[in-house]
Design a binder for this molecule. Structure first.
Ligand SMILES: C[S@@+](CC[C@H](N)C(=O)[O-])C[C@H]1O[C@@H](n2cnc3c(N)ncnc32)[C@H](O)[C@@H]1O
Length: 244
């Protein structure tokens, strides 16, 4: 099991409790109010005059949180996620909401891209990719997918000066920008030992400087960003990128 395959197991547990999203919501209508959709909605009208006929891809769509909101706005949307359970829930959420979008099970680091789109959304997937090779693949896929004038939106975790609140949780370990988790024993992970605990890599926590350099190397520039800091835990960065 690769480190990011754990998401499938989490979705199975959520589905068993009648939850319809990663954040544990129970009513599909609540998906539209998700903070990612609010962040996208704040800036999107400044980039596009109208959404009719535009195409978008949601990478790490989960149960369709962003994809369904973009489809409601008028985009033709494809959502990709590696979790079969999540994609099943995304299709059910689409039906329940009467919104059309296409959903596919796929490992983003291995997507072979076809049609070019106007908007690519990272709906909290990028911070799930810890290793350089996987992150490079994410940016390669996003770059290949986008039209020259297209936009890439990132919603990603940012390191805080003080991470004490997050690290109070005894199942987490933080070292060199990697947030490790102890996870349940049943996961057949490539377990590592960090700070005396048996862990697997869970999230990549970036800084603005690291991300700026990473996107530049990948052929992008940040055209707008907004940081939602937290006192003693990771903050969230919403960033809009264009191809250089
Ligand atoms: C933090 S969850 C966010 C889910 C959803 N976008 C939302 O906002 O509710 C991250 C998502 O990324 C997906 N994911 C992680 N690694 C992936 C990969 N390599 N390829 C495709 N999806 C991946 C997970 O299955 C999970 O659905």
């Amino acid at each position: 099991m690769k480190y990011y395959d754990m998401h499938e197991d989490v979705y199975k547990q959520l589905a068993a409790k009648d939850k319809i999203s990663w954040d544990g919501q129970t009513d599909p209508k609540e998906l539209f109010n998700h903070e990612i959709n609010q962040a996208i909605g704040e800036k999107l009208p400044e980039f596009f005059n109208s959404y009719e006929g535009l195409c978008a891809v949601d990478l790490g769509t989960g149960t369709g949180t962003c994809a369904l909101n973009l489809a409601k706005l008028g985009f033709k949307v494809r959502g990709f996620d590696l979790s079969e359970t999540a994609i099943g829930l995304a299709k059910e959420n689409a039906k329940a909401l009467g919104v059309e979008a296409s959903f596919e099970v796929s490992d983003i680091t291995k997507i072979v891209t076809t049609d070019k789109v106007d908007l690519v959304v990272d709906s909290s997937l990028l911070h799930c990719l810890v290793y350089k090779e996987d992150r490079n693949n994410f940016f390669r896929v996003a770059h290949d997918l986008l039209k020259d004038e297209g936009l890439l939106f990132l919603h990603t975790m940012i390191e805080a000066k003080d991470m004490s609140e997050m690290l109070d949780r005894d199942y987490l370990v933080y070292e060199d920008h990697i947030l490790y988790s102890t996870g349940p024993d049943r996961w057949e992970m490539d377990w590592q030992e960090v700070q005396g605990k048996r862990v697997f890599p869970h999230r990549w926590i970036t800084t603005i400087d690291l991300l700026t350099e990473e996107v530049r190397r990948a052929g992008f520039k940040i055209v707008h960003s907004k940081l939602e800091p937290q006192e003693r835990s990771t903050g969230t960065l919403c960033a809009w990128l264009k191809k250089i």
